[in-house]
Design a protein around this ligand. Structure first.
Ligand code: PMP
Ligand code: GLN
Length: 383
């Protein structure tokens, strides 16, 4: 392995899911749902296969899906993207992120991440031969906010790109309008491209609307917005994502994407187009169910004795096990599957400054209620 990729040999998700399988543990680690998405979407994929849509689709994605993505964003966010030049279908959000970073950031240039950061941002930055700097989240009551002083000193004229992620994995934080405005302000001042990872855009709880940095004044022209069908429609295995933004930035991502995967998987694209056009009520119901699951798991963790952070969106809740006598979250996550039959993910896997985050553990609640109840029951053994 080349030196710049050596630190990324095994992802924490694969490692913890492997431990979960070995020990027949309840997997509250890797973030994927354990139920299927809307029936009409599943039927549409079957129909596409039966209908012979099994050869290479167009490189940027089938026109119907690009149109559905553009329509959806116009309806929900009031942003109009040209489906031909300003929308690119990718192999999940993962490829969208890699293609945008590799297509737009020169070797040796700087990418700024919010810490904790989803592991793919650091890996894509390394693949581009660029380097990363981070702006940390800091605890604020039972939630997190952006460290504004760090933001002011970290984003400079030498920053090429900032990767924003709200709702945020792993903390479940939804960045406040003020935090988004502060990032936007710095990016305009220093002429920086923003890659906004919004894969959890439909999983915002407590009646709050989703806010995108792309909609702030002066931002549309410098923001690439990434989303994915994975979390919205419970199809993490279909690997259909997309990226939207100004044509010149999309063209750069498309150039890289052509040689990462060439094209995305054919028959799933019409199915996701159908779902975006017709199944948003299913998504609303799914979000309401997840909000209840958040409460179920947060309450259970609190009862066991964890200090539980507030989750405002995503599949995830972060819990501090120090009141139970555990100071090392990573060690705890390595022990949990064998010891009590539960898998979780250490937040330290998402950071550079490990000291500030070494205690914290992330649990995923996108699971059937009976699975969450059984997981909570097993966690009681930690008391
Ligand atoms: N970004 C974030 C923040 C994620 O949590 C994930 C995991 N779903 C991804 C990107 C990758 O998405 P996909 O599965 O569509 O590649
Ligand atoms: N996004 C999911 C998570 O954070 C899955 C990640 C993965 O398997 N790479 O758990």
């Amino acid at each position: 392995t080349v030196a710049r990729l050596a630190p990324f040999a095994t992802t924490i998700f694969a490692e913890m899911s492997q431990l979960a399988v070995e020990h027949d543990a309840i997997n509250l680690g890797q973030g994927f749902p354990d139920t299927d998405g809307p029936q009409s979407m599943l039927d549409a994929a079957r129909a596409a296969i039966a209908d012979g849509q099994n050869q290479y689709p167009p490189g940027p994605g089938i026109p119907a899906l690009r149109q559905a993505v553009a329509d959806h964003q116009s309806r929900r966010l009031g942003i109009d993207y040209d489906p031909d030049t300003e929308v690119l279908i990718t192999v999940g959000a993962t490829e969208a992120i890699a293609a945008a970073v590799v297509g737009l950031v020169e070797p040796g240039h700087e990418v700024v991440l919010i810490e904790p950061f989803y592991d793919a941002y650091a890996a894509a930055t390394a693949m581009a031969g660029a380097f990363r700097s981070t702006v940390p989240l800091v605890a604020d009551g039972d939630g997190f906010v952006l460290d504004r002083d760090a933001l002011a000193t970290t984003i400079t004229d030498s920053t090429a790109m900032v990767i924003v992620n709200s709702p945020h994995n792993p903390t479940g934080t939804v960045l406040s309008d003020d935090d988004l405005a502060a990032i936007a302000d710095a990016c305009i001042r220093h002429d920086v491209i923003v890659l906004s990872d919004e894969v959890y855009e439909h999983l915002v709880f407590d009646g709050r609307p989703h806010a995108t940095i792309a909609a702030l004044p002066g931002m549309a022209e410098r923001t690439l917005r990434v989303s994915s069908a994975a979390k919205t429609f419970n199809v993490t295995g279909w690997k259909v994502g997309w990226i939207s933004g100004p044509a010149r930035l999309i063209a750069a991502a498309r150039t890289a994407k052509q040689f990462m995967s060439y094209v995305g998987s054919g028959p799933f694209q019409p199915a996701i187009a159908h779902a975006l056009d017709h199944e948003m009520e299913w998504v609303d119901a799914s979000c309401a169910a997840l909000e209840r699951k958040r409460d179920l798991l947060s309450g259970a963790l609190r009862e066991v004795g964890f200090d539980v952070h507030r989750t405002e969106g995503t599949f995830f809740v972060c819990a501090d096990p120090r009141p139970l006598g555990y100071t090392d979250g990573e060690q705890l996550c390595r022990d949990l599957p064998a010891r009590i039959g539960v898998a979780a993910v250490p937040v330290s896997a998402f950071v550079d400054r490990r000291d500030n985050w070494s205690h914290l553990v992330r649990f995923a609640f996108a699971k059937r209620d009976e699975v969450l109840v059984e997981g909570a029951e097993r966690l009681r053994a930690l008391r």
